[in-house]
Design a protein around this ligand. Sequence first.
Ligand code: BTN
Length: 243
Amino acid sequence: MSYRLHYSEVDSTQKVAIALAKEGAREGICVVSAAQTDGHGRNGQPWYSPAGGLYLSIVLHPDPMGLHLLSLTAGLEILSELSNVTRSDLKLKWPNDIVIDAEEAPGFQKLAGVLTDVVNPNGVLPVAVLGVGVNVRRVHFPPELASRVAFLEDLTEKPVAPDALEEPIIEAVLRASQRISSADERADIAAELNRILWGLGRPVSIEGIAGELAGVGASGEAILKTSTGQESFWTGELALRRK
Ligand code: BTN
């Protein structure tokens, strides 16, 4: 059971939860908002957050040995929960997006995103805030974003309310935090990721390096087969290359 703070609107649940984490909030404290006015994703990119989506951030005290796998494992567990409500083939786009395949560029539509901020990067025991955004209801998005997002409502037979997803998504994130603390579990995670990885075997680039996506390694790194061998990436933006 996690302790939850609910808002009808905040600038960003991530900002609110980071402030709580800095004040010493314990694992599982969760900030949920029906809408955000300044939601953001990785690299400060805006995360458009009108009412109709699920937006939450959870304070975690993850095992330092597994911290590098936290975002990916949360993505894996969230994808598994979302797969319980849709028959669509959801994929995990390294490092932190849950997507469906799309014909048009960029080759996917984004259903959900995961953002992890480590609040005390120099601390011995890490404190992290893990934010999750899910596009649930088909609501109006600016035209430049509309073709790049997927809405859960379009992928299910019955309507889904953002509130109904809150519990399973929080449980998924807490489960991820538990899983990464076990060496046995950590050994299984890469294999699970490779079963649901978006772009596997396709021509892609990461940070301008072109190759074929060979998979995710044991440390959560993306592996590209390039013309000169294999290259591993721990950060970066994965993009499809058109042949
Ligand atoms: C990404 O795709 O780069 C991650 C997106 C994460 C968005 C969520 S919504 C809840 C929380 N609050 C934020 O401002 N961001 C995260």
